[in-house]
Design a binder for this molecule. Structure first.
Ligand SMILES: C=C(O[C@@H]1C=C(C(=O)O)C=C[C@H]1O)C(=O)O
Length: 293
């Protein structure tokens, strides 16, 4: 079994899976949907990110036109096809068979790594099922391999999946439990990667573009929180006997800055105070503006 300490990030086309932000992959193409009756070159035609073969006959087209090959949940026991797919020279995405244990899943991943060049990604929740996020997390920490959560079956699990450490989300079109159309689903997944990722995903960007992209995600999360804070502060102004600037409570403001400084020790109270003053005043201005309308 792979090392518990080493993290193996894997590049899939332009996406780096397992390092940096979680990625969103908009669908995997399955040649199984055509039951071996379609020409794989015809089906793939345009380059695709993930492709799942129906048989070994599909593999040359996948090698040419896909960024990664999928060892699908429904045929993980078809060892000749698994071996051929793993040996293609592409990164291999190993889905968990519905009832497979973590050990069985990781065993198959190690087998694929050995048959190929070691670039293996795990995928949980495939085929419209609901991902078991605890299992996904265990597999990730035991193996050090990147993990994808297929949230097609319930797009609302996107945020939970990112929070549980998913290195990427797969959206495979609307699933049985999901009312979301593909574009909405993509937006929900991107939102989870941005906002939840900014709060909970550890990152150590090294280049200017990576740092700026990471800052953009933090700013997106900040803006979301600022908007929510302004709404709450607005409710307070309507509830208090005297609202707006006239009802300002400086003791409460100092106390909240002190509490925040415990979470932001590098900034500290002195730097946080003017920031929060601006935030609070923006909220009060908004509340007064709304009250006057
Ligand atoms: C929201 C309130 O009203 C004002 C705005 C505050 C804020 O935005 O946090 C804090 C204290 C008050 O000056 C409040 O009294 O809690």
């Amino acid at each position: 079994m792979s090392s518990t300490l080493e993290r193996h990030a894997v590049a899939v086309g332009d996406l780096l899976v397992g390092d940096g932000p979680a990625v969103v992959i908009g669908g995997r193409v399955s040649l199984r949907a055509h039951g071996g009756r379609a020409d794989a070159y015809e089906v793939l035609r345009d380059r695709v990110t993930l492709a799942e073969p129906y048989s070994a006959a599909d593999l040359p087209a996948i090698a040419e036109l896909a960024d990664a090959v999928v060892v699908g949940a429904s045929w993980t026991r078809d060892i000749p096809l698994v071996r051929a797919a793993a040996g293609l020279g592409l990164p291999v995405v190993v889905e968990r068979r519905a009832s497979a244990s973590v050990e069985e899943w990781l065993g198959l991943a190690d087998y694929c790594a050995g048959e190929g060049d070691g670039r293996v990604i795990l995928c949980e929740g495939a085929r419209g099922g609901r991902p078991d996020l605890g299992l996904m997390r265990a597999a990730q920490s035991i193996s050090g391999r990147p993990v994808l959560a297929d949230v097609s079956g319930d797009i609302e699990l996107s945020a939970a999946a990112v929070a549980a450490g998913a290195d990427g989300l797969i959206i495979d079109g609307p699933g049985p439990g999901s009312a979301a159309d593909p574009l909405t689903a993509l937006r929900v997944a991107e939102e989870a990667v941005t906002v939840v990722g900014a709060l909970l995903r550890p990152e150590a960007p090294a280049t200017l573009p990576e740092c700026r992209a990471a800052i953009d995600r933090v700013d997106a999360a900040l803006a979301t929180l600022l908007e929510r804070r302004a709404e709450l502060a607005g409710i307070v102004q309507r509830i208090k006997p005297v609202g707006g600037f006239a009802g300002r409570d400086m003791g409460r403001e100092r106390a909240l800055v002190a509490r925040m400084a415990l979470r932001a020790p590098s900034l500290g109270e002195a730097r946080l105070a003017p920031i929060m003053n601006a935030v609070i005043e923006a909220g009060l201005h908004l509340a007064e503006e709304r009250a006057s309308q």
